[in-house]
Design a protein around this ligand. Structure first.
Ligand SMILES: Nc1nc2c(c(=O)[nH]1)N[C@H]1C(S)=C(S)[C@@H](COP(=O)(O)O)O[C@H]1N2
Ligand SMILES: [Mo]
Length: 411
């Protein structure tokens, strides 16, 4: 028979890489099995840390009650908790991108296999693969876009990434249960490779299977090394070449740590925050009190060394915050001893993060502060002057800047 090169991707001879086969696909699949499980769990944990079941203030995802069945009161310690879980989520997600792409490349002939369905069971399997591949690409893409493009999804990233995660993980679990035994066998097997992934007319190899795997691993290592610095903070931040850029330069000095949104971006003017005009409005069981910055400074001052850890994966080393305990402010308005939840509102007029709710366990922690100073200096305008919230172990989004109002209880 003459050797006509097949033109259609549905013919087996069209795909000629000698790398394709059960071993290569299985090794990558097992790496993803472990990695994506960690991504799913750290993602669920991050969602819980955002306190989405505090009324509709922090999060408006509809029907989260069903998918959020596992939600729990996020603890306030260890203080690096969210730094760790979210740094892991983002760094691992980015590191796995080459593995995901190589895995998809390794099975691409199956996408074109004909007939599209040989039986009802086969049809169902292919539909679940659609959810698996589509869900995986969707989760990785939305995650990367949210980190790199600085909130391209105003207010809607959370529900998208959250619903997507459940769809993806359901398909992923089904796939893992069906394929894990075969994959484990394929990885151990020494025999000649066989099966539909092996090309019937392979090209001569230019790299061994192990070499190709090392290439994928090298890509992952490179992404890891150019990302992880943003979660280590300090001098390592400069190694995070792939971390989001274009953020405001924090400069040096006591306030010289990462800035998420500047005062200018948030529309905060000096007229809003100047010493004479600004008052903090605190409301609770016994009514409302209005406090100037000078009056706040006459209340007992406390310090805490705490990091800022953003959902985007970056975090700072511990900063030394000083200010008034949230529990002391609760006590001022009739909640001594047993503080309730609190709604925090910023001077900022627009934007999803101008308000946030904190849980009672967060308010009660003696390290949870309305900070007035950082690292021995007044807060800079970009870090939230005249006052900002800082809560141990919480996601950065709960550390509201330019605070105007605290409402205890009644959320
Ligand atoms: N008012 C207000 N507070 C805010 C934000 C905001 O956009 N507006 N961003 C939050 C987010 S998402 C993070 S990660 C932290 C970042 O704090 P920093 O800019 O001081 O590092 O501030 C939080 N506080
Ligand atoms: Mo953030």
């Amino acid at each position: 028979m003459r050797d006509h090169p097949p033109r259609l991707p549905s013919s087996p001879g069209f795909w000629r890489s000698p790398l394709r086969g059960p071993w290569f696909t299985s090794v990558l699949g097992l790496v993803l099995l472990a990695g994506i499980t960690v991504l799913f769990l750290t993602g669920l944990v991050s969602y819980a840390a955002y306190n989405p079941d505090l009324s509709r203030v922090n999060d408006q995802t509809p029907d989260k009650g069903i998918l959020g069945f596992y939600l729990f009161a996020w603890p306030t310690g260890p203080v690096w908790l969210y730094r760790f879980t979210q740094g892991l989520h983002v760094t691992l997600g980015i590191t796995l991108i080459p593995v995901l792409l190589a895995k998809l490349w390794s099975v691409v002939p199956r996408l074109f296999a004909l007939p599209p369905a040989r039986s009802v069971a086969h049809a169902l399997e292919r539909i679940s693969l659609l959810l698996l591949v589509g869900g995986g690409l969707f989760e990785f893409t939305t995650g990367v876009l949210n980190i790199q493009l600085d909130y391209v999804f105003p207010g809607s990233f959370y529900p998208l990434h959250f619903y997507g995660a459940w769809v993806f993980f359901a398909a992923f679990t089904a796939h893992a249960v069906l394929k894990a035994p075969t994959a484990l066998r394929a990885v151990r097997r020494r025999r000649r490779e066989e099966g539909d992934l092996v090309s019937p007319r392979p090209e001569p190899p230019t790299v061994s299977r192990r070499g190709a795997l090392a290439l994928v691993g090298g890509g992952s290592l490179l992404l890891f090394l150019t990302t992880v610095g943003q979660s280590l903070g300090g001098p390592f931040r400069r190694t995070a070449l792939l971390a989001p850029h274009g953020a405001a330069d924090p400069g040096g000095g006591p306030n010289g740590f990462q800035i998420n949104k500047t005062a200018a971006y948030a529309g905060i003017t000096t007229a809003d925050t100047h010493r004479e005009g600004w008052r903090l409005i605190v409301t609770g069981r016994t009514g409302t009190v209005r406090l100037s910055r000078a009056e706040l400074l006459r209340l007992p001052q406390h310090s805490a060394s705490l990091p800022i850890a953003c959902v985007e994966g970056w975090s700072t080393a511990d900063q030394w915050w000083r200010g008034v305990r949230l529990s002391d402010l609760a006590a001022l308005v009739g909640h001594a001893g047993d503080p309730p939840d609190v709604l925090v509102e910023s001077l900022q007029r627009h934007g999803a993060f101008r308000r946030a709710a904190l849980r009672a366990n967060q308010v009660a922690d003696p390290r949870a502060l309305l900070a007035l100073y950082v690292n021995g200096e007044e807060l800079s305008p970009d870090h939230g002057y005249p006052a900002r919230i800082i809560v141990p172990a919480a996601p950065g989004v709960l550390n509201t800047k330019w605070v105007a109002r605290l409402t205890f209880g009644d959320l």
